[in-house]
Design a protein around this ligand. Sequence first.
Ligand code: CTP
Length: 224
Amino acid sequence: MKAVSKRALNLVITAGPTREYIDPVRYLSNESSGKMGFAIAAAAVARGHKVTLIAGPVHLETPAGVERIDVVSAREMLAALKEAFLPADGLIMAAAVADYRPARRLAGKWKKKSGPRDTRISLDLVENPDLLATVGRRKGPRRIMGFALETSDGRRRALEKMLRKNADCIALNGASALNADRTSVTLLARDGREQLFANQTKAQVAKVLVRVMEELCVSPIGEA
Ligand code: CTP
């Protein structure tokens, strides 16, 4: 067991979905409630750390002592993340970032086309930046915990994501975690360590993840 630093860390945590607008009243998003990221923020503050919580659109109270930055789209989240990550010791990337956004955001409402009942319409999408990979490329001595939401072949895909995005470890969970109070998480680390937290509250999992981040932030680069 490595000694855990008593030093207060500067941690950035992202949470919730992003929302990608099609027109003034419609958007693409996902089922993320933000509960996991908010639970991590609360657990980190309880351990004495400085926390910047970058949150997509969610209906959750800000945990006491947390500095919260609200964003809507993936690109807004990236801008806030780049700034907050600069002076940070570590990042926990729990947000469910939309991979695609509409190629154009219409200024007025997208009007229904009149035509035969089976008329098909399509929406052009473009890729959003990968936030984790973007900050991962230039992380220097900072530590990063990613999340992976997988519905099949989870372990292999999560490990591949961890390496591709240059994270130090990755928390793998399934779709049942979305919008739920309990979750099952497998934490995979670069040194091959694997820990399963089965059917626990998000608050319980959050405490463990914060401890893992503390360990990562005190271990020399290469040992993560
Ligand atoms: N992530 C990110 N930017 C994106 C997409 C994902 O930073 N545009 C981050 C998530 O916050 C998470 C990790 O990457 O920490 C993995 O997210 P996930 O949705 O599981 O994977 P994707 O990379 O989006 O791949 P796919 O949806 O194809 O599984």
